[in-house]
Design a protein around this ligand. Structure first.
Ligand code: PBG
Ligand code: ZN
Length: 327
């Protein structure tokens, strides 16, 4: 490589057009997925205080937001449900009449261009708030698998394109794949939350999804934040069990894991920019400490640069609009 003064890197930074010509990483609206929180009822729009612009909505209001997202070119939505009642098993999770199931049917009918992904977990549906069923105060891995399979099947019946298990039970991808195939849903894809860390950044989400564990925490099943070799084992295992896409979550503090998982698996990879990452950018911007739009776009392009194919983010619609508007 030539050295200064033969090589002057600034030559290609002189104008916006030159910079665009040599830009290495691109972000398109179609690569963004918007998470949404759906409740039973109608006419409901309840703001989540720690997440500016994010609401819990009933299906009718969800369609308003989904339409806006689709219009901006957003690729898909990821649905979380707030059921009418919770019990120890989380039985509302596989109620074909539940809010997620209703939302899926409405979205497929009204906005068929959007990819519909459903979050598969029990923590929104159990009265204790854990991601699986409890036995002697511990989450019972193997007994939870059948319930996750039932929930996935109910989402597939409603018409979900992709089911996304986020519980971190061992063996769940295989159990879900088997159940879907046996029921004739071999075309329903699985996006596995393969490397999901026990993170401090989920705080605002637990308000939005009303899924705070009533006792203990999730460290017994989510990954230790210090581990990246383990993330490779987790993703390899889920791929072997039939995952079509894998996820790293959170995204910003784990860009090294995104890069490793992408380069070592070559699989379609989703990065989840979680609630706390979103809330931090908003909080700093509200104080005038950073520029909201620039910090938003910089955080997202960083995930793409690290190797993510798609990004799940509460900024999806806002970022898609910025991309549409151009430089
Ligand atoms: C629960 C789940 C969580 C998120 C998605 N699914 C939180 C948790 O594990 O407590 C976090 C999403 C976010 O913070 O935006 N299975
Ligand atoms: Zn959960």
């Amino acid at each position: 490589m030539p050295a200064f003064p033969e090589y002057r890197p600034r030559r290609l930074r002189r104008t916006a057009a030159l910079r665009a010509l040599v830009r290495e990483t691109l972000l398109a609206p179609s690569q963004l997925v918007l998470p949404m929180f759906v409740r039973t009822g109608s006419g409901i729009r309840q703001p989540v205080t720690s997440m500016p612009g994010v609401n819990q909505t009933s299906v009718d209001e969800l369609l308003v937001d989904a339409r806006a997202a689709a219009l901006a070119g957003v690729g898909g939505v990821l649905l979380f449900g707030l059921p009418a009642f919770k019990d120890a098993e989380g039985s509302s999770a596989w109620d074909d009449d539940g809010p997620v199931q209703h939302a899926v049917r409405a979205l497929k009918r009204e906005l068929p261009q959007l990819v519909v992904i459903t979050d598969v977990c029990l923590c929104e549906y159990t009265d204790h708030g854990h991601c699986g069923i409890l036995r002697d105060g511990d989450v019972d891995n193997d007994a939870t698998l059948a319930l996750l399979a039932k929930e996935s099947l109910s989402h597939a019946r409603a018409g979900a394109d992709i089911v996304a298990p986020s519980d971190m039970m061992d063996g769940r991808v295989g159990a879900i794949r088997k159940a879907l195939d046996a029921a004739g849903y071999s075309s329903t894809a699985i996006l596995s939350y393969a490397a999901k860390f026990a993170s401090a950044y989920y705080g605002p989400f637990r308000e939005a999804a009303e899924s705070t564990p009533q006792s203990g925490d999730r460290r017994g099943y989510q990954m230790d934040v210090a581990n990246s070799d383990e993330a490779l084992r987790e993703t390899a295992m889920d791929i072997a069990e039939g995952a079509d896409m894998v996820m790293v979550k959170p995204a910003g503090p784990f860009l090294d894991v995104i890069a490793r998982v992408k380069s070592e698996t070559g699989y379609p990879l989703a990065a989840y920019q979680v609630s706390g990452e979103f809330a931090m950018i908003h909080a700093a911007a509200q104080r005038g400490w950073i520029d909201l739009e620039r910090a938003m776009m910089e955080s997202l392009i960083g995930m793409r640069r690290a190797g993510a194919d798609m990004i799940i983010t509460y900024f999806a619609t806002d970022a898609a609009r910025v991309l549409r508007a151009g430089p």
